[in-house]
Design a protein around this ligand. Sequence first.
Ligand SMILES: NC(=O)c1ccc[n+]([C@@H]2O[C@H](COP(=O)([O-])OP(=O)(O)OC[C@H]3O[C@@H](n4cnc5c(N)ncnc54)[C@H](OP(=O)(O)O)[C@@H]3O)[C@@H](O)[C@H]2O)c1
Length: 335
Amino acid sequence: MNAIVLRSLGGPDVLALERVADPHPEAGEAVVRLHAAALNHRDVWIRKGQYAGITLPVIPGSDGAGEVVETGPGVDPAWRGRAVVIDPSVNWGDNERAQGPSFNILGLPRDGTYAELVKVAADHLYEKPRHLSWEEAAAVPLASVTAYRALVTRAQATAGETVVVTGIGGGVATCVLLLGVHLGVRVYVTSGSDAKLDAARSHGAAGGVNHHDPEWPKAIAALIGDRPDVVIDGAAGETFNRALDLVKPGGRVVSYGATTGPTKNLEARRIFWKQLNVLGSTMGSPRDFAAMLEIYAGGLRPIVDQVLPLDQAAAAHRRMEEGAQFGKIVLRIWD
Ligand SMILES: NC(=O)c1ccc[n+]([C@@H]2O[C@H](COP(=O)([O-])OP(=O)(O)OC[C@H]3O[C@@H](n4cnc5c(N)ncnc54)[C@H](OP(=O)(O)O)[C@@H]3O)[C@@H](O)[C@H]2O)c1
């Protein structure tokens, strides 16, 4: 099969297409012929060597949609020919509160979805929502399960509450926006780009401010006419401190990422004086994944930024590193 194999760490050009052996399923596994894969910022961190536990060579990619072409012993052969999306959370474990010690993510250490074929445990297969194109379906899994767990399972945001989402151009952030709007939450956003703020409004955001304005927390509180009930943040750095300042007393701040690096000078006083709930969130359990997918099956569509062919994975990574995207960057593998 053709696949992008990461053999060394570095710039986007290390992502070259090559011929490798087809995978074959072992007991409990299935092989999916992928029509499309999608990028996550994790793929960029891995390629640059800024991720824990990197072992090379590896085929990157956590998101994929395709057709089951082969099933291993113990797997219902009725899966063959079915259109599926893949849950990228491997070995979540049996605790809904947190993943277990053997948790890992498709695309490292297991070979991932930047390939014509991928081998996964059959219990990671879910029916593809029929109304979604292959590209849209591939855009759903990792970002949407992360968004669902952050917004619903962890923040327990409810209709009528106000939620601020930082860095709305990001894949996860756009999914929080879509799910929030779907659930009747009033979603406000920040972005480094005014064009992305406009795009967010067109997808249902109630308003937004540019985070290059040093007074952005004041500006967004003025827009809301109050402080938000919840802030969902994947930027970290100084943004996380500002999120703690911005949220209502008794509010919730969910942290799911650190795109801009570590948060320095975190003051506990900010947290205890305002009676805040600071919630960490990573990916999601199989229950989160199924609940998230049910919402999409009801008609929701993810936001696809751009679709590029698999052999242009390097260009796709460049776009993500530049932060040029609004939504998910997708790789087309098979028409
Ligand atoms: N814990 C988990 O399970 C999990 C899952 C997925 C992702 N993540 C992490 O979450 C982060 C986002 O992932 P992704 O795949 O959605 O990445 P992405 O698509 O590359 O999005 C990153 C976004 O960060 C925003 N950003 C940049 N500087 C910012 C700032 N100063 N303040 C606020 N926002 C800023 C940008 O938004 P604008 O262009 O709108 O400014 C950019 O689009 C990454 O750090 C990733 O590693 C964690």
